[in-house]
Ligand binder design. Structure first.
Ligand code: ACO
Length: 329
């Protein structure tokens, strides 16, 4: 028995921030951002809207599309680095909002690879035979941890959420294989220093702007290009596939140049690669499920299509996952 995706959904907040809007806030330019990253706009939550609210929109749509009642949900896994609060988990808040009275769930912290970690974990729950309906959501409110005085980071990210419903199948579709990795020696290059148990919130941490993302972009770029390209090629190879066998490559959207390098390594044609970083920027755990949901709605995926997902993010974390598309709604 395999786990398969029976529905996809996404939530993109309405408010749009363009590169030109950013030009008014920090010393940057539309030309710099577009040429270095591929980003043109990103969407941001409104005041009072947070990660669980976006995840709840996604969860409700998944249930509606599949005519699933909330009581049927067995588990909720939320990949995020921007939970509404340290605890309780975003999964708990979403469970309550949708009324999933028989579910359990948890948040998973894998940064930009979070959704892949969560999807693989959810698939194992379903494959165990114990759970039949698992909601897997990737959601991040990156604007809540962005320093809008730091041009090195604030231009790169946006807010958004996406998710899937996983169910068992006896057929040929579903999650075929995954490779997931972590290497904490990458921690100094991309992190948010304060707000955890090492540096709890204090006047000093706030004054030193330690509650925001810090990134050595060049170092992360170097690791990301190699990490995502290698792990994408590795999973194809070990399953006996070539790039030409893929219908769609849905990579994490951190930088168009990272995606292009990974696609080239796998020998892919641009038509085989999903790119939406121009619209949303890097929504961290949101990018891959948002991409799957868009591809599905745009009719880019048919049952039986081979799809490759890949990501690289803070940790460092990285991974790839191969699946055969089902009749997902
Ligand atoms: N506008 C204008 N100039 C800028 C900006 C900006 N927004 N940001 C940085 N610069 C400047 C820098 O200060 C630097 O100037 P200097 O050379 O005078 O010091 C210069 O631009 C750097 O330029 P490049 O070398 O061309 O920048 P690079 O090609 O490295 O691109 C970028 C920078 C986009 C950040 C890239 O390194 C990158 O994408 N890194 C990876 C990001 C990533 O993948 N993160 C992982 C996922 S995130 C997660 O897990 C939460």
């Amino acid at each position: 028995m395999r786990a398969t995706i029976t529905a996809t959904a996404r939530y993109i907040p309405e408010r749009v921030m363009t590169n030109f809007d950013l030009e008014k806030i920090v010393d940057t330019s539309d030309e710099w951002i577009r040429s270095r990253t591929g980003i043109e706009t990103r969407h941001l939550v409104k005041d009072g809207e947070a990660t669980s609210a976006m995840g709840t929109h996604v969860a409700r749509e998944l249930l509606e599309k599949t005519a699933t009642s909330p009581e049927e949900v067995d588990a909720i896994i939320v990949a995020t680095v921007t939970p509404d609060m340290m605890f309780p988990s975003t999964a708990a808040l979403i469970q309550n909002a949708i009324g999933a009275s028989k579910a359990w769930g948890f948040d998973l912290s894998g940064a930009c690879s979070g959704f892949l970690y969560a999807l693989d974990t959810g698939a194992r729950l379903v494959e165990s035979g114990k759970y039949q309906k698992v909601l897997v959501i990737g959601a991040d409110t990156m604007s809540s941890i962005l320093d809008f005085t730091d041009r090195n980071t604030c231009v790169l990210f946006g807010d958004g959420a996406g998710g899937v419903l996983l169910e068992p199948t006896e057929g040929d579709s579903g999650i075929l294989d995954s490779i997931l990795r972590i290497d904490g020696s990458g921690a100094p290059y991309l992190n948010m220093p304060a707000g955890g148990s090492l540096h709890p919130a204090s006047h000093e941490t706030v004054e030193k702007r330690m509650h925001y993302i810090r990134q050595d972009g060049k170092a992360v770029f170097k690791f990301a290009v190699k990490g995502m390209a290698d792990i994408s090629a590795e999973i194809l190879e070990r399953n006996g596939f070539q790039g030409s066998d893929l219908k769609l490559y849905i990579p994490h959207q951190a930088n168009k140049r990272i995606i292009d390098a990974a696609a080239k390594r796998c020998g892919l044609h641009p038509d085989q690669v999903l790119i939406n970083i121009n619209k949303y920027g890097n929504t961290t755990a949101g990018t891959i499920p948002i991409g799957m949901s868009e591809a599905s709605d745009e009719g880019r995926l048919e049952p039986g299509d081979l799809v490759l997902l890949a990501a690289f993010g803070a940790g460092f974390t990285w991974g790839s996952l191969l699946l055969r598309w089902d009749h997902a709604k």
